[in-house]
Ligand binder design. Structure first.
Ligand code: ADP
Ligand code: MG
Length: 406
């Protein structure tokens, strides 16, 4: 059997584990359930991939997005790992080809979308395989309190009864409030799991909320052509408006949203990732699975719908650990737009979450304490001196008072 250290060095090319990783891997290999909460970019994938590579049999990985699944499988295959995926977009012959290989125990890892568990054929096949782990990625999707609830995640618990030998369950997520954590434990029937909760603090990020009545002009104070920046807007239309105005002002800028043809979208994304363009204007469709380390600023042109989304997007700044900024441009119009948007959607608890988001924009207290408190972490400071509220920037304060009057 390969040792986990060898796999880390030989397959991944890393010298050491990050905090938490080794304990999680060992727990899985000792057949214990796991609940791991680590921020985006924290290195969750490796925690289930390494046991999958080391143990005999096949690990099933439940993952919510076809694109993420494909990226991960491509990366693993390039590393020489036997990984495959099954999704609704593949044709019959590739499905049967993959399932045949799976039946003969070819795969170390098999990625599936949760919808697959509805298929009787699939369930029959896996019952005749040697399954050694059920890894649930983006496990918050199982909770109505998570920011993107997926009803089909509720199929996962049926895997508990599918095998007549013990199979550990390992759940991974970047966002878990107490309610979500509790829900994951309950829904997946985790048995006395090994829990790992990483700190959510990002000491190199400076957080600010900028109340403004004139976003398009205020935005210009925070961007330049030498720093890599992402500007998030709430609609495709806003993305295009902001993009065109920045083009006119000769910024090095590109844009991204789900309505752009796929090949152009890929090109724009690469222009940004390879630093051919400094600024990316995008909807929240941009960023999942993107690992660009030198983003210096993440600017929210509009208020997101909830703190989970905000922190995930803002967290794409400063992955390399260098000083970076997370800036939210806030106007009272955002509240109106967001209220409208959540009334159109059907995410449970959306109203409560929006209220917490609005409080973030309005609080006069430490922003980083507010964020950590939201994720049930107790900060080690009262004033962090590293956010626009603790800095006591007077110009900002005046406008705050102004906007509260409105
Ligand atoms: P998450 O799923 O938690 O958002 P990923 O699993 O995608 O994060 O990992 C984020 C990045 O960190 C990847 O580029 C991965 O290769 C890298 N990484 C993970 N573990 C380590 C490690 N022990 N040493 C160095 N880099 C690591
Ligand atoms: Mg991940």
């Amino acid at each position: 059997m390969k040792t986990i250290q060898t796999v880390l060095e030989k397959n991944y090319g890393f010298d050491s584990f990050r905090p938490g990783q080794q304990q999680i891997i060992e727990a899985i290999m000792n057949k214990k359930d796991v609940l791991a909460i680590m921020p985006t970019g924290g290195g969750k994938s490796l925690c289930y991939q390494i046991p999958a590579i080391c143990m005999e049999g096949t690990s099933l990985v439940v993952s919510p997005l076809i694109s993420l699944m494909k990226d991960q499988v491509d990366t693993l295959q390039a590393m020489g790992v036997r990984a495959g995926y099954i999704n609704s977009q593949m044709d019959k012959s590739s499905y049967h080809d993959t399932m045949n290989k799976a039946m003969f125990g070819y795969y170390d890892l098999l990625y599936i979308a949760p919808e697959r568990l509805d298929s009787e054929h699939f369930m029959n096949v896996i019952q005749n395989m040697k399954i050694n782990l059920i890894a649930v990625d983006e496990a918050h999707c199982i909770s109505q309190w998570g920011q993107d609830f997926r009803p089909s995640y509720r199929n996962i618990p049926q895997l508990r009864e599918a095998f007549d030998y013990p199979v550990p369950f390992a759940a991974f997520t970047a966002t878990a409030t107490t309610q979500v954590k509790h829900d994951i434990n309950k829904q997946l029937c985790l048995q006395n799991p090994h829990q790992y909760v990483a700190s959510f603090d990002r000491p190199n990020l400076y957080f600010s909320v900028i109340p403004t009545k004139k976003k398009s002009t205020d935005l210009l104070k925070y961007i330049n052509n030498s720093d890599s920046a992402i500007i998030y807007c709430n609609t495709r239309k806003n993305v295009e408006t902001v993009y065109h105005s920045l083009v006119k002002k000769r910024f090095s800028v590109t844009y991204y949203h789900a309505g752009i043809p796929a090949d152009e979208r890929t090109k724009n994304q690469e222009d940004f990732i390879y630093d051919r363009k400094s600024i990316m204007v995008a909807t929240n469709a941009f960023g999942m699975g993107i690992d660009k380390s030198n983003v210096r600023k993440v600017i929210h042109y509009n208020m997101p719908l909830d703190m989970e989304s905000y922190y995930q997007e803002a967290g794409r700044a400063g992955r390399d650990g260098a000083p970076s900024e997370a800036i939210l441009l806030y106007s009272s119009q955002d509240i109106i737009t967001n209220t409208f948007l959540i009334e159109q959607g059907n995410q449970p608890h959306a109203k409560d979450k929006l209220n917490r988001m609005i409080s973030y924009c309005k609080t006069g207290k430490c922003l980083r304490s507010y964020i950590l408190g939201y994720f049930d972490e107790v900060p080690s400071w009262q004033k962090c001196e590293h956010c626009s509220n603790c800095d006591g920037n007077t110009e900002t304060m005046d406008v705050t008072v102004e906007s509260q009057k409105i």
